[in-house]
Write a protein that binds this ligand. Structure first.
Ligand code: SF4
Ligand code: SF4
Ligand code: FES
Length: 318
C-alpha cells in the first residue's frame, strides 16, 4: 500500500520556530495503522519526527492526534480508512486545543489542570472504612462507561467551545466530574454540582457532539454533561444563564410548540438586565431589517396538545 503522509511539524529548537508541513511517501502492509506508518517514517526516513505512543493497543491514551482534521488514536486507526479517495495525502496534525511541544506532541498541562479542578477523588462522609468501600453493583453500572476514559485528550482536541473559551472545563474533565457526582459513595454531590454550574462548567457546553464522535472509548462526555445538568436542576441550581436558558427553551416549546426567539433571551437574562439586553440589540436590529422578528403575541401551533403530551411522557419517565 503506497501512502503519502502530510505531517504538520514544529521544531521549538529551530533558530526561528515555526510550523511547516512535510510530506513522506511510504510503503505499508494493507492492515497497517496510522501509528505504524508514522513509526516507519521515524525509523526509516526521518529520526527527527516527534510523536508519542506506548501501548499500540488503544489503552495508554498517548497517541491522540488529528487526522484529516479529526482527532483519533493513531494506533487504532487503520491507514486505509483515512486515505482520501482522490489519492491526496493523509493530513496528520497534533491534537488541538493544547500547546504543541514538538511536531505531534502536545502539552497536557492544561488537560490535567482541568481534570484536577473537578476534584477527581472520592469524598465520602464519616470515617473511611477499613476494608474495601463497597457500593451496590447496580448503583455503579452507569459509571462503567465513563470509567473507561483513557485520558487521551481526543475530545479536548476537538471541543468547539474550548477553541474559543479556554476557561471551559471541557469534555474530559466534565466526564470525570460526572464519575464522582454519580458515585453513591461520594457525599459531596451537591457541592460538586454547585461548582460545576459556574462559568466554564456544565452550562457552557454547546452540545456540538464532537466529543461523542471522537472519543475512542465510548465515554460519551456530552451525555454525561447533560445528565449533570438534570441533576443540577433537580438540586435547585437553576439560577444561572445556562439553566434559565434551558428551562425557558422547554417552557416556550411546551407552551407554543415552537421556539419564541423574542421571549427566550428575556426569560434567560431578565428584561431588566440592561447589559445583556444591549448586547442582543444588534441581533434584534438585524432581524428587524430582514423581517425575521417573531410576532409579539405568537399563537400555539395546530396540534399543540400532541407536543404537550410528548413533554408529559418524557417527564413521567424521569
Ligand atoms: S458537546 Fe460540549 S463538551 Fe463536547 S465537544 Fe461539544 S461543546 Fe465540547
Ligand atoms: S472522554 Fe474519551 S476522548 Fe476524552 S479523554 Fe476520555 S477516552 Fe479520551
Ligand atoms: S499507543 Fe497507547 S493508545 Fe495509542
Amino acid at each position: 500500500m503506497d501512502v503519502t503522509l502530510n505531517v504538520k511539524r514544529y521544531n521549538p529548537d529551530a533558530a526561528k520556530p515555526a510550523s511547516y508541513n512535510q510530506e513522506y511517501r511510504i510503503d505499508l502492509e494493507d492492515g497497517s495503522s496510522l501509528l505504524d506508518g508514522l513509526i516507519k517514517v521515524r525509523e526509516e526516513m526521518d529520526g527527527t519526527l516527534a510523536l508519542r505512543c506506548s501501548c499500540r493497543s488503544a489503552i495508554c491514551g498517548s497517541c491522540a492526534m488529528r487526522v484529516n482534521g479529526r482527532a483519533v488514536l493513531a494506533c487504532n486507526t487503520k491507514m486505509k480508512d483515512v486515505m482520501p479517495k482522490d489519492g491526496s495525502p493523509v493530513k496528520v496534525e497534533p491534537a488541538g486545543n493544547m500547546g504543541v511541544v514538538k511536531d505531534l506532541i502536545v502539552n497536557f498541562d492544561v488537560f490535567w489542570g482541568k481534570i484536577k479542578a473537578v476534584k477527581p477523588w472520592l469524598q465520602p462522609e464519616g470515617p473511611v472504612p477499613q476494608g474495601e468501600y463497597l457500593a451496590p453493583n447496580e448503583a455503579m453500572l452507569h459509571l462503567a462507561g465513563v470509567m473507561g476514559c483513557i485520558m487521551c485528550g481526543a475530545c479536548v482536541s476537538d471541543c468547539t467551545v474550548l477553541e474559543v473559551d479556554k476557561n471551559f472545563l471541557g469534555p474530559a474533565a466534565l466526564a470525570k466530574a460526572y464519575r464522582f457526582v454519580g458515585d453513591p459513595r461520594d457525599a459531596h454531590e451537591k457541592d460538586r454540582l454547585k461548582d460545576l454550574t459556574k462559568y466554564g462548567g456544565m452550562w457552557d457546553c454547546t452540545r456540538c457532539m464532537q466529543c461523542v464522535q471522537v472519543c475512542p472509548k465510548g465515554v460519551d462526555p456530552m451525555g454525561r454533561i447533560m445528565k449533570m445538568r438534570d441533576k443540577a436542576l433537580a438540586a435547585g441550581y437553576n439560577n444561572t444563564y445556562g439553566a434559565r436558558h434551558a428551562l425557558a427553551f422547554t417552557d416556550l416549546v411546551r407552551h407554543g410548540g415552537h421556539l419564541d426567539e423574542l421571549r427566550l433571551p428575556i426569560k434567560t437574562f431578565g428584561i431588566f438586565n440592561v447589559k445583556e439586553m444591549l448586547k442582543l440589540a444588534p441581533i434584534g436590529m438585524r432581524s428587524q431589517m430582514v423581517g425575521k422578528v417573531p410576532p409579539l403575541f405568537p399563537k400555539p401551533i395546530p396540534g399543540i396538545q400532541n407536543v404537550r403530551r410528548i413533554f408529559e411522557k418524557v417527564e413521567a419517565k424521569r
